[in-house]
Design a protein around this ligand. Structure first.
Ligand code: ZN
Length: 133
């Protein structure tokens, strides 16, 4: 892991959240992307070498919909950039972290992504992401 790639924030209304975060960061979001496999609409803001990812559910079965139902809006996950996602998954499994899925999959922003369960990281959902080259 070499940096925080982004922080994911679950929002109910991405249009109004985009305005709020543009006012907060002093710069508008630079892209939006719908990820059908995760049933989310996302938008991204740059802040230094990291990003903020806003996520709105596009359907009731989305993990974001369930998260907002349980905990309300707020920080949903922290994503770490990795060079070799398979090696990092293996390392973290060896350290006792609980994976959420069997294999990495394509996420937003041209990344391969993989998640570890919040219960194994003090309540924080952990995302690993590797650029797809
Ligand atoms: Zn993310």
């Amino acid at each position: 892991m070499h940096k925080i790639e982004h922080i994911g924030i679950a929002v109910r209304d991405i249009v109004s959240a985009n305005e709020t975060y543009a006012r907060l960061l002093g710069t508008p979001h630079y892209k939006t992307e719908r990820v059908e496999s995760e049933a989310v609409e996302t938008s991204f803001f740059r802040i230094g070498e990291s990003k903020i990812e806003l996520l709105q559910a596009t359907g009731p079965d989305s993990a974001i919909a369930k998260s907002i139902e349980k905990r309300g809006e707020g920080i949903h996950h922290i994503a770490f950039a990795v060079e070799d996602i398979e090696a990092e998954i293996k390392r973290l499994k060896g350290e006792g972290f609980t994976p959420i899925s069997a294999a990495p999959k394509q996420g937003a922003d041209g990344k391969l992504v993989f998640f570890f369960h919040p219960k194994s990281a003090n309540g924080v959902l952990i995302e690993l992401c590797q650029d797809i080259r």
